[in-house]
Write a protein that binds this ligand. Structure first.
Ligand SMILES: [Ca+2]
Length: 422
């Protein structure tokens, strides 16, 4: 059996795939002169840096800018004011590993074989027996780290991996630098782990070769259980919880065999989300102070919905969405997504177009000026329209694969195209 080079496999795999997220981001700039400056700078050989900030189990309603009535997230709210906030961003899985594999490869969980959290539940005794999940992301998969490194980027991964143990870690999947549990300490016992992830990433950005672009992937543990009390925030949230008006209805309702929280009022959870926000704030502050922000794409996302259901209630509520982590209702798979791409997104933009975690791989490569997707773009046809700083979903639902044509400056409408196969 012959071995197909990884890059060829990747090209074949992605040749016909669309660029949903990229299309949306590109559409957001058709009237902005700086978008062309960004493009021309990329062509001159100064591709943008990329910083990915991934939360663990952060729910759609958990950020202030997504309407949380309890949590406080000033840094992430600020990022949303500077960039584009997506209201219908979905994860490819309702638990950790499948989504993480999809982010890393652009492939759906059924294709990577990572269909449950690693190592997965024992299916014995269930009414339906699910397929056994892979216990690692295969080394044959082509990852974000590998394609960016091949493109000349310096690559760094910090924090939770959850795509395999020894032999399958970030350093085997294209990341030059990796700071994991051994250096960071153990989340669930030590609330400072997230701060160390940010500090390690800042150290990487500071010490790197300044002549080459970088990809920094920061994978925080917050707000995954066990929920800790973060000392800088817990007293504030205790006071806040004590002052909440008594709910007019129930705080907990049944959801199948579990108990579903429908009110956000947990002080420890509030303190943990505030901790996450402050760790993100350290990175954003460094990007600003170092001058890197003007040529760095920042993406903030979560790997699945908030944990709202357990045998006892979960620590957060995803209301108005139903259910939460581990469920395929909206609460389990719809999460916050904020993208700030200098010269591409406009400040305070809100996008209602559905996007999914598999879109990140082609989109980030496209924004970084790689060749991927150019052929797709030239074959696009009209579907969706863009007005001012807000995208409006077309009357025809954008299911399937969406592409974008070149957007002439000053033209009010930019077409998407859709391919219904694959
Ligand atoms: Ca998770």
């Amino acid at each position: 059996m012959t071995t197909t080079p990884k890059r060829l496999v990747w090209l074949n795999r992605h040749r016909l795939r669309g660029l949903v997220l990229f299309g949306i981001l590109a559409l957001s700039v058709f009237a902005l002169p700086q978008s062309w400056a960004f493009a021309s700078e990329t062509e001159k050989g100064s591709p943008p840096n990329v910083v990915i900030l991934l939360a663990d189990d952060l729910g759609w309603s958990d950020l202030g800018c997504y309407g949380s009535p309890f949590n406080e997230t000033p840094h992430l709210d600020g990022l949303a004011r500077q960039g584009m906030r997506f209201t219908q961003a979905y994860t490819a899985g309702s638990v950790c590993s499948p989504t993480r594999a999809s982010l890393m490869t652009g492939r759906y969980p059924v294709r990577t074989g990572v269909t449950d959290y690693i190592p997965g539940l024992n299916p014995t005794g269930r009414r339906l027996n699910p397929p056994r999940t892979a216990t690692q992301l295969a080394l044959e998969e082509v990852t974000l780290g590998e394609v960016f490194r091949k493109a000349g980027y310096q690559t760094f991964y910090g924090g939770k991996w959850h795509l395999g143990g020894a032999g399958f870690e970030p350093t085997q999947q294209g990341f030059d630098g990796y700071v994991g549990d051994a250096q960071l300490g153990r989340h669930g016992r030590d609330p400072m782990v997230g701060k160390r992830i940010s500090e390690a990433a800042i150290g990487f950005m500071r010490d790197r070769d300044p002549k080459r672009p970088f990809l920094a992937y920061l994978s925080y543990h917050e707000p995954h259980i066990p929920i800790l009390e973060y000392s800088d925030h817990i007293e504030r949230f205790r006071r806040k919880a004590a002052l909440l008006p008594r709910p007019s209805g129930p705080r907990i309702i049944p959801e199948r065999e579990g108990q579903l929280r429908i009110v956000q009022d947990d002080p420890a959870y509030g303190s943990e989300v505030a901790g996450l926000d402050s760790w993100v704030g350290l990175v954003l502050e460094y990007l600003e102070q170092s001058g890197l922000a003007k040529n760095t794409i920042v993406v903030f996302f979560s790997d699945n919905g908030g944990l709202s259901i357990k045998a006892e209630p979960g620590p957060t509520s995803n209301i108005p969405l139903r259910a939460g982590k581990g469920w395929l209702y909206e609460g389990g798979i719809r999460v916050p997504l904020i993208v700030r791409a200098p010269g591409v997104t406009s400040a305070g933009a809100v996008c209602d177009m559905p996007v999914i975690s598999t879109d990140f791989f082609p989109t980030l490569l496209e924004l970084a000026g790689r060749d991927y997707g150019r052929n797709c773009i030239s074959t696009a046809k009209a579907l969706c329209l863009f007005y001012g700083e807000r995208l409006h979903q077309a009357s025809e639902p954008c299911t399937g694969i969406i592409r974008i044509t070149t957007v002439p400056p000053g033209r009010p409408a930019a077409p998407f195209a859709r391919e219904t196969s694959n």
